[in-house]
Design a protein around this ligand. Structure first.
Ligand code: PRX
Length: 655
């Protein structure tokens, strides 16, 4: 297995023996209170999946019920066949008809400290108004709408309004560049863009509308841009194309019936990186995604009406789709939404928000946890965090020492931690403790949720032995599985359904211990995980090669104490160019311009040649070893074309 990353803390993961359990009081009150209850649920789902998922789906509102729970012919699945529903109706209308009408759905805090609360009925009104705005702008069922905004209630309103009218949303994270935004808009042929004028980030206003304007020079499909005024930065409005959100919403009615959607109608597209080519548009549909978002959010976060839940993810990523926008609202929860950086103006901001809003459940990324460890315990200890009862992590492996710090210093040894493994493609959490039931082992995502069948296998699909590393696959269909790569069925089949016979291939390596606990070992393809964000090495390489000075580029990653991994770019230059520090900066900035700051290489190394096999393939394994400072490159180098290329790369020539 060509293992992409040796994730930090992997050695200690292999030695990890500690086990932690929720308190008896926690377990007693939780939705799944014991391993006996978990096993019972798991077996019931295994024995008759149709009954298991059908019973869960009955907790949702359907305009029309299903004829059959699932149709499965690898790789195609349809869930809740013949049924009609609307996820926005389930997220809002069902609560507005109950005592939850005046319950807080969103407690918003801006980076400057401004606050707003939206009850379920207020949120419902705003969503209905904006849904009518979309209709007036000619948006119809099935149309794609791109969304490019900072974290705000309006971002959620935009998604929910699309869902209400049956439009397919495609959210692009506000940190992506105009080129990346244009690529995504064009791939989906979006008819409209919803954006904000700007967003606050560490005290600066990022001019989002300007990025949209730059992108739209090359996007002929976009007829309307709706701009939410958030930061009051100067923007230019294109006559006939651009409209202010508040002006259109002021004219819109609060009455907007939810569109009846077939269970398999597309709900959203979300672009994510793969090992080859451009990012792929992962497509999710309505009924199955809704059922799984609600089910997984309820059980993994043990959500109750009295909870104040806070997931720090941006809605631009899948975590912000399933566990900010849809999951919490489907469960009628109260949640905190925060606009800015969690360490601005200082390292106490996150703890201050938890204290002031009395947060009970915190869900964040290992990268953030590691940076808080470095900042020092005093920032945490200044605050009263006694309301916290459950902690969660997502997006990358958590090293046991960071887990223990989170458990001791933040959770004061009383909060279970749910280490949740999943992907953009899975739509929802697949492997995680159920906090009242599963004994936790730091660094392990533990066991699959009831209804989810995972296996660790060799290349031929045969199962690995206990503790043997292999490929992580999912062997049975689940409701929120991706249905397609938008517009590229071949890529869908090839990427996920061709490598391992009969199963969905995750792209991750893993092992399972004797007690059935899954330990994720990281990506086995050319995807890297930087601060919990997923990037394809080939995307960054193409960005580098698009610079006039670059002949060839190859990206390798190496472990980073805070970010999990950092990026090293090996670059060969065209003749006439000199590899100096100015050019290094220029290339770093070029990648930021092409993709966004998350893809900025941490280091650029100029080389005369890249190590290649005789058939011309770049030997990435060798580059990885060199990036990791390994001078004695191991393994088979017999196919290497020019050994001197390797010798030169080993010497880190700073200039
Ligand atoms: O490698 C795994 C890692 O993140 C990848 C999925 O990235 P993305 O689609 O951006 O979704 C991130 C948020 C769900 C996976 O293939 N990953 C995610 N969660 C974990 C993880 N690795 C280890 N432990 C996790 N809990």
């Amino acid at each position: 297995m060509a293992k992409q990353q040796e994730n930090m803390g992997m050695d200690s993961v292999l030695k990890e023996k500690r086990i932690f359990k929720a308190s008896v009081q926690f377990s007693k009150k939780s939705h799944v209170p014991s391993m006996v209850a978990y096993d019972k649920m798991y077996k019931a789902a295994e024995k008759s999946p149709d009954k298991f998922w059908g019973d869960i789906a009955k907790n949702f509102f359907w305009f029309k019920t299903w004829k059959k729970v699932v149709n499965w012919k690898n790789p195609d699945a349809q869930w809740f066949i013949g049924a009609q529903t609307n996820i926005c109706y389930n997220a809002l209308d069902v609560h507005v008809g109950t005592w939850r009408a005046n319950k807080a759905a969103i407690i918003f805090e801006g980076e400057h400290g401004d606050q707003a609360v939206y009850t379920y009925s207020q949120l419902h009104r705003e969503v209905c108004k904006f849904a009518n705005v979309l209709k007036r702008r000619g948006i119809e069922k099935g149309d794609r709408v791109a969304i490019y905004m900072g974290m705000s209630p309006q971002l959620m309103i935009a998604l929910l309004a699309c869902a209400r009218v049956g439009a397919v949303h495609s959210v692009v994270f506000g940190g992506f560049s105009s080129t990346a935004l244009a690529d995504r808009i064009n791939d989906a042929k979006a008819k409209a863009v919803i954006c904000s004028d700007g967003v606050s980030r560490r005290g600066n206003v990022i001019d989002l509308k300007k990025v949209v304007d730059d992108a739209l020079v090359n996007c002929p499909s976009v007829l309307n841009v709706i701009v939410f005024q958030r930061s009051n930065n100067a923007v230019s409005m294109v006559e006939g194309r651009d409209h202010w959100w508040h002006e259109l919403a002021a004219l819109a009615s609060v009455d907007c019936p939810a569109e009846k959607m077939s269970s398999e109608d597309p709900l959203f597209i979300l672009y994510t990186s793969g090992s080859t080519g451009k990012p792929k548009g992962i497509m999710h549909t309505t009924g199955g995604y809704m059922v799984y978002a609600g089910y997984s959010h309820k059980h993994v976060f043990d959500i109750k009406d009295e909870d104040v839940y806070w997931c720090t993810a941006d809605v631009g990523w899948i975590t912000g789709h399933t566990y900010v926008t849809y999951g919490p609202l489907l469960n009628g929860a109260t949640q905190v939404i925060y606009e800015g950086a969690v360490n601005y103006p200082d390292w106490g901001r996150i703890w201050d928000i938890i204290e002031r809003h009395k947060v009970t459940i915190l869900y964040t990324a290992p990268t953030a946890i590691r940076s808080f460890i470095r900042a020092g315990d005093e920032w945490v200890n200044k605050h009263n965090l006694s309301t916290l009862r459950l902690l969660g992590t997502v997006g990358e492996p958590i090293n046991p020492e960071a887990w223990i710090w989170y458990y001791n210093v933040v959770g004061k040894k009383k909060c279970p931690i749910v280490d949740t493994w999943w992907q953009t493609e899975t739509g929802g959490i697949m492997i995680s403790p159920l906090p009242g039931a599963t004994p936790m082992k730091p660094g392990s995502a533990t066991k699959p949720l009831p209804g989810i069948s995972v296996s660790i296998v060799k290349k031929d699909g045969s199962p690995c032995k206990a503790n043997e590393g292999g490929f992580l696959v999912i062997t049975k269909p689940w409701p929120s599985m991706l249905r397609d790569v938008y517009g590229d069925r071949d890529r869908f089949v090839k990427t996920y359904w061709s490598d391992i016979p009969g199963a969905y291939f995750t792209g991750d390596g893993a092992r399972r211990d004797k007690e059935g606990y899954v330990w994720i070992m990281g990506r086995v393809d050319d995807v890297v995980n930087i601060s919990g964000h997923r990037l394809g090495t080939s995307e960054i390489e193409s960005a580098l090669v698009s610079h006039e000075a670059v002949a060839e580029a190859a990206i390798a990653s190496r472990p980073d104490e805070i970010k999990g991994n950092s990026l090293v770019a090996f670059v060969t230059l065209k003749s006439g160019y000199h590899g100096d520090s100015d050019l290094k900066h220029e290339l770093q900035n070029h990648v930021v311009k092409e993709i966004g700051s998350i893809a900025r290489p941490d280091e650029i190394r100029f080389a005369e040649a890249l190590p290649k096999t005789r058939s011309g393939k770049i030997m990435r394994r060798l580059l990885r070893e060199i990036a990791n400072g390994n001078m004695n490159v191991s393994g088979d180098t017999s196919t290497l074309e020019d050994f001197s290329a390797l010798e030169k790369l080993r010497v880190h020539d700073d200039e």
